[in-house]
Design a protein around this ligand. Structure first.
Ligand code: F6P
Length: 548
């Protein structure tokens, strides 16, 4: 059944939120804490190894109640059932959206076109497990009998970002296999990756849901040509495997059927790391850790499905985005993990969130008259504190920020971990409290500055504060807790799409550029003139051609 389609701004809850916003917008977080002693506890959700503190947001419990009222009025509960049960909620592409089924247990049942998809999912998982074990153990060798030492994942977008982010994030859990990623069609990318590789000991995993993506096919072809410069044709089957829905095209590329790890079209590219797209993850960290990652995501799925909305981490988190985006008119959100391991996390989420919710037409096909998808950005703390935090503290823009921290560090260096975490705690406190004129004044006086110098410096040293943050404090970075964290953001994306009345699971916006690039490539390669360009593009093309 189709998702309902209601303009959120026409709901009663929206009107109440608008009125409520007028009472909240000029209140300072410091005062909200002063006036409500139980605020920190009331606005915190503890679940499994997650402690999520929403209290440093510009909200009260009434805000949460009203946002939940909005979710209820828009029938979020019904939409969640449709999402998990395999309804065609990706209506513009006529598909179900079932990344949640990929982490469901063996005895679950989820039906697509009358067929339970769970047994098929577990068949592919068994294939991943067997293959992983044989490569990791050295039983699967290269053509010349040598054990595999290096894995190269060739893919782009969801066929790269998820696996690359996870392999980087879980490097503490990695085995002896070196894992590399080739994504950009920039030939320098693959050349740099292969330059130190031995074709005899390298396994290439070509990942493309459609197997039509220019970047991936170009890289796979060039790498195969390089491989065949030193290896015979028969060696390909020992060194090239593929992940795709498009079995025929993979076979035409020259990859044997038994080396194909299939996936289904109801797995969206940006949600595909749980499917066979995660093969490189499994190879890098071993199947048991891959399974734990999936189990973690499944636990978050259960939390999301069953917890009351006002104690539901992804639901509250999504509703806060609506609050800031549509009422405070904040345009972006920062995600700052206090662990170097999550270095690629924000980049990964940029695709997940911005490709999903960067839409301006509602589910009835009409232009929306309100803001949708937010800009997502971030880098790990503490590095980001020395880069862009100035703007979050003292700039003119409101930037709600997620702080992700861990109670335990993986290598256990207490000295460093306490330094890291003291910054994690200090930043959210500083962003909330700011520094008043009186505080700055007494600091400057203590430095024995003259009155003139003090009055000149004072305005620049004042921090307004009142900058909203959410603190996610997780026990430890493990495959399972990472699975939970990613699934949390996936469900947040879903809830936002439901509230904004948009379709989150297509990505037509990336097509136009691809089409134009195809015809321009023809002009570059064949000197043909296939299109009339604007003056700027024409000049750029001419300059390029004349000088290359
Ligand atoms: O950029 C659009 C997109 O379709 C993404 O959604 C997808 O993750 C990526 O291209 C790669 O697609 P494929 O896995 O089919 O090569």
């Amino acid at each position: 059944m189709a998702l309902k389609a209601t303009n959120p701004t026409t709901t009663n809850a929206w009107k109440k939120l608008q009125a409520h916003f007028e009472t909240i917008k000029s209140q300072h977080l410091k005062d909200l804490f002063k006036s409500d002693a139980s605020r920190a506890n009331d606005l915190t959700v503890q679940w499994e190894d997650f402690y999520v503190d929403f209290s440093k947001n510009r909200i009260t419990t009434e805000t949460i109640n009203l946002l939940v009222e909005l979710a209820n009025e828009l029938d979020l509960k019904d939409a969640i059932s449709k999402y998990f049960e395999g309804d065609i909620i990706n209506a513009t592409e006529g598909r179900a959206v079932l990344h949640t089924a990929l982490r469901a247990p063996k005895d679950a049942s989820v039906f697509v076109d009358g067929e339970n998809v769970i047994p098929g999912i577990h068949e592919v998982k068994t294939k991943i497990e067997k293959f992983t074990n044989s490569v990791v153990s050295g039983e699967h060798t290269g053509y010349t009998g040598k054990a595999i030492t290096d894995i190269v994942n060739i893919g782009i977008g969801g066929s790269d970002l998820g696996p690359a982010m996870i392999v980087d994030s879980l490097q503490y859990y990695k085995n002896h296999l070196n894992t590399h990623f080739v994504s950009n069609v920039d030939g320098d990318h693959y050349q740099e990756v292969i330059k130190n590789l031995n074709p005899e000991t390298t396994l290439f995993v070509v990942v493309s849901k459609t197997f039509t993506t220019q970047e991936t096919l170009s890289n796979a072809n060039s790498i195969r040509t390089w491989f065949l410069e030193s290896q015979p044709k028969e060696a390909v089957s020992k060194h090239f495997v593929a992940v795709s829905t498009n079995i025929e095209s993979v076979k035409n590329f020259g990859i044997d059927e038994e080396n194909i790890f299939p996936m289904k079209d109801w797995v969206g590219g940006r949600f595909s790391l749980w499917s066979a797209v995660g093969l490189s993850i499994s190879l890098a960290v071993g199947y048991t850790h891959f399974e734990s990652l999936l189990n973690g995501a499944h636990k978050m799925d259960e939390h999301f499905k069953t917890a009351d909305f006002n104690a539901n981490i992804p639901v509250i988190s999504a509703l806060l985005t609506i609050w800031y985006n549509n009422f405070f008119k904040a345009e972006s959100e920062a995600i700052i993990p206090y662990t170097q391991y999550l270095n690629q996390f924000a980049t990964y989420l940029q695709q997940g969130i911005m490709e999903s919710n960067g839409k301006s037409v509602d589910r009835d096909g009409k232009p929306v008259n309100y803001q949708t998808g937010t800009l997502i950005w971030g880098e790990p703390g503490t590095n980001s504190q020395h880069a862009f935090f100035q703007l979050i503290h003292q700039g003119t823009k409101l930037i709600p920020t997620d702080f992700i921290g861990y109670v335990e560090s993986l290598h256990g260096n207490k000295d460093h971990h306490n330094k890291l975490m003291s910054n994690y705690f200090a930043q959210t406190e500083a962003l909330m409290n700011g520094k008043t004129e009186a505080e700055v004044l007494s600091e400057l006086k203590a430095q024995s500055l003259g009155e003139d110098a003090i009055s000149k410096l004072l305005p620049f040293k004042v921090f307004e504060g009142n900058k909203p943050t959410t603190s996610l404090l997780i026990q430890k970075l493990t495959p399972e807790s990472l699975g939970k964290l990613i699934a949390m953001y996936e469900h947040k994306i879903f809830v936002q799409g439901i509230i904004w009345n948009i379709f989150s699971y297509d990505q037509f916006g990336v097509e136009l550029g691809k089409q134009l690039a195809k015809s321009i490539l023809n002009e570059l390669n064949n000197d043909a003139k296939s299109a009339v360009h604007d003056g700027s593009t024409q000049n750029l093309l001419s300059f390029f051609k004349e000088n290359c």
